[in-house]
Design a protein around this ligand. Structure first.
Ligand SMILES: Nc1ncnc2c1ncn2[C@@H]1O[C@H](COP(=O)(O)OP(=O)(O)OP(=O)(O)O)[C@@H](O)[C@H]1O
Length: 205
């Protein structure tokens, strides 16, 4: 498949909340690489990631990955995959992620541990970590997972400047892996990430 062929395709997605439409006839075609869902507060960024992760179902339309309906196991989304891990030790959680991700890259994880300065936190329980450290542990796993579809919501929230810079570089690097799409939801493009697709969501509020 040529590199510019879309790997992730959203076709005619419709989602309605009880009192308002959220998406109507939404089409998006995403080639391999890093893709940005851009919008202000309440524009629907997280809802779109939920549709991609399969934790929300569209009322119409479909999400295709590599030409077939996306399967939850092909997706890594920290908000879903790290749910209920508060009592787990970070390294133990990484081991469980590694066991379920066929393309897990242990050397990438070690790079991310160093890049996010997680050395002192990896043997602690999640409940002991600050929000920023917890999110860095999530992102280290997401990027090392090799998942065909990786979702990163609010990439900069809670991160110090050095970690923000490292995250951008690590997203750009992981996005070069063949057959991989990394979707980032944020209100603006991260510097230094070459975006292969952009979906701008209109303001709703
Ligand atoms: N389960 C739900 N039922 C009804 N409305 C919902 C539901 N989930 C989200 N919404 C509404 O959908 C809209 C989009 O929410 P969403 O969280 O996707 O936006 P967002 O762009 O991620 O916002 P933010 O940047 O503030 O996190 C909001 O108006 C929100 O109140």
């Amino acid at each position: 498949m040529p590199a510019s062929e879309p790997l992730l395709v959203l076709e005619q997605i419709e989602l309605r909340w009880p009192h308002s439409p959220m998406f109507a006839a939404l089409d998006w075609r995403v080639p391999a690489g890093a893709a940005l869902v851009q919008g202000g507060p309440g524009s629907g960024k997280t809802t779109l990631l939920r549709l991609l992760a399969g934790t929300a179902a569209p009322t119409r339309g479909q999400v295709l990955l590599h030409g077939a309906p996306v399967q939850p196991a092909q997706v890594f989304w920290p908000e879903r995959d790290a749910a209920g891990t508060e009592q787990m030790v970070v390294r133990d959680w990484w081991r469980t992620v590694a066991a379920r991700c066929p393309a897990w890259d242990p050397s990438a994880l070690e790079r991310h541990v160093a890049g996010f300065t997680l050395e002192a936190h990896q043997n602690k329980g999640f409940f002991m970590l600050s929000t920023g450290s917890r999110r860095k542990a999530w992102f280290a796993a997401a990027l090392a997972s090799g998942a065909p579809l990786t979702l990163i919501d609010e990439p900069l929230a809670g991160l110090d400047l050095a970690s923000r810079r490292y995250l951008s570089a690590a997203i750009a690097d992981a996005a070069q892996q063949a057959g991989r799409v990394i979707v980032v939801a944020h209100d603006a493009p991260l510097a230094d990430v070459p975006w292969t697709a952009l979906l701008a969501l209109p303001d709703r509020e």
